[in-house]
Design a protein around this ligand. Structure first.
Ligand SMILES: Cc1cc2nc3c(=O)[nH]c(=O)nc-3n(C[C@H](O)[C@H](O)[C@H](O)COP(=O)(O)OP(=O)(O)OC[C@H]3O[C@@H](n4cnc5c(N)ncnc54)[C@H](O)[C@@H]3O)c2cc1C
Length: 439
């Protein structure tokens, strides 16, 4: 057997270990010959999706729906999925962890794509190869659906020690994982006093979630007889979404449990004394969860695929109609990592994943891809006994000047009359989304 043939066999062996639903371990390794094989011009169209969140899962599934002949590989650094939507409900014991947790292996098996449990670390744009901690993967189309990371810069500048303390002592719990568990323990063990939640400026992940979280924590304090207050320090001068519903709930349900502070940007943290300072106030706290600004993940920065937008310091640099990274013809970004002013939410990311899958399939089939608006549907629970909810639905249009506007915008903030029905719909929405992504 020739050396080249041997390499082919070795490559096939590697590929078979990542075929449908199989996961690989996390040791960095080099498999450059595999990518050469996969990248063969005669092979099927190869679509590689980095990030198994709401956008990535929708994409991986729907590429196979719209372009069955494609090989689809989903690269995700976590080995299982935990949902952020409904995690506020989990924090106060309304749903269990099983409701939120799902298997990437099942998602891949049921929807006929390949799951690779690895972290994407680099891209060779010339050769169309993605480098991961598990080896190299060739692509024809590469999508980054990598969500967001926290941007502590406005608070901490270059003070990494402060950033580290904020991350570990007062985690934001806006990406899934340990932070949520820590926050749940904080709520459970809270004995009284001020519990601070912050709402960042810019386009942050899930506009409604900090306000919903405040309501649910206040509701928990109320029912547990805890003499505590939730202080919402909002960097904006108004509630960013469903203003009527949230402000009436703060006023009517939680008058003695929630203090809403608009334009309350923290300028200084004294974590030893447990005090935060704004331009006007000094607030002492017993406990807190500090939610900083968000930004596009570091991998996109490293790959020089980012820019500053009016919303955030670092966001993906893509064309807003095609999702293509500027200067490339086959690398895309979608989901919360996108720079457009759409809601950074799961339903939006999911529908965008479906739309982009259609556009990539159209390219594969030689058709002209057409942009479609993503769809935002967002439910927020206000209270638990009885469960009351408010909701919002919207789509988007681009204006002639290239800006963005809302289309078919409907909000239902009448929680006293419609809230019971909304609450039921919220659980069914989550269930149907999980089913769509994993079953
Ligand atoms: C408390 C809370 C409540 C929310 N409630 C709602 C709600 O009710 N409704 C709603 O629609 N939305 C809600 N959201 C928002 C929703 O969770 C996000 O908008 C959604 O997760 C965005 O999907 P995404 O695919 O863009 O990003 P993500 O879901 O964050 O997925 C990104 C994935 O990429 C992976 N990744 C990142 N970098 C790499 C890499 N280099 N290599 C491999 N993998 C990588 C990550 O591990 C992650 O799994 C809520 C969020 C929070 C925090």
């Amino acid at each position: 057997m020739q050396r080249r043939d041997l390499l082919k066999v070795a490559s096939l062996a590697f590929l078979s270990t990542i075929s449908y639903g199989a996961a690989t371990s996390a040791m960095p390794s080099k498999h450059s010959k595999n990518s050469t094989l996969v990248n063969n011009k005669k092979s099927k169209p190869k679509v590689v999706v980095v990030g198994g969140g709401w956008a990535g899962l929708a994409l991986a599934k729907h590429i196979k729906v719209f372009s069955e002949e494609s090989d689809v590989i989903l690269v995700e650094k976590r080995d299982h999925f935990v949902s952020c939507p409904m995690s506020n409900e989990w924090l106060v014991g309304l749903v269990d962890l099983e409701f939120l947790t799902h298997s990437y292996i099942d998602a891949a098996k049921n929807n006929h794509y390949t799951f690779v449990n690895a972290t994407a670390i680099d891209v060779d744009r010339e050769k169309n190869v993605l480098m991961t901690t598990e080896g190299e993967i060739a692509y024809d189309h590469l999508v980054f659906a990598v969500g967001i990371e926290y941007d502590y810069f406005n608070w901490t500048k270059e003070d990494k020690a402060l950033e580290q303390r904020l991350r570990s002592e007062y985690p934001a719990a806006f990406v899934p994982g340990s932070e949520h568990i820590t926050l749940k323990e904080k709520i459970k063990n809270f004995k009284g006093g001020n519990f601070i939640l912050t709402v960042p400026k810019g386009n942050y992940r899930c506009l409604a979630a900090p306000y919903e979280r405040a309501c649910l924590i206040a509701d928990y304090f109320k029912h547990q007889g805890i003499d505590g207050k939730v202080i919402i320090m909002d960097e904006s001068n108004h509630i960013r979404i469903k203003d009527k519903g949230f402000s009436s709930a703060f006023e009517e349900l939680y008058k003695d449990k929630i203090v809403y502070m608009p334009s309350a940007e923290i300028l200084e943290f004294d974590l030893d004394k447990k005090i935060v300072k704004t331009d006007f106030d000094e607030i002492a706290f017993e406990d807190a969860s500090f939610y900083p600004n968000v930004k596009a993940p570091a991998i996109l920065e490293k790959l020089q695929m980012t820019r500053t937008t009016p919303f955030n310091r670092v966001e993906a640099d893509i064309d807003q109609y095609t999702y293509k990274v500027k200067g490339t013809n086959n690398i895309y970004v979608c989901g919360d990592a996108r720079p457009m002013g759409f809601s950074k939410s799961g339903n939006t990311a999911f529908s965008e994943g479906v739309n982009l899958a259609q556009m990539i399939a159209d390219e594969i089939h030689g058709k002209k891809p057409v942009w479609k608006s993503p769809v935002t549907t967002c439910f927020s629970l206000l209270s638990t006994k009885p469960e009351r909810e408010i909701s919002l639905f919207t789509e988007y249009i681009y204006t002639k000047k290239g800006g963005m506007d809302f289309k078919n915008n409907i909000t239902d903030e009448a929680w006293k009359t419609n809230g019971l029905g909304e609450a039921k719909v919220a659980y069914s929405w989550a269930e149907s989304m999980y089913k769509n992504m994993f079953a």
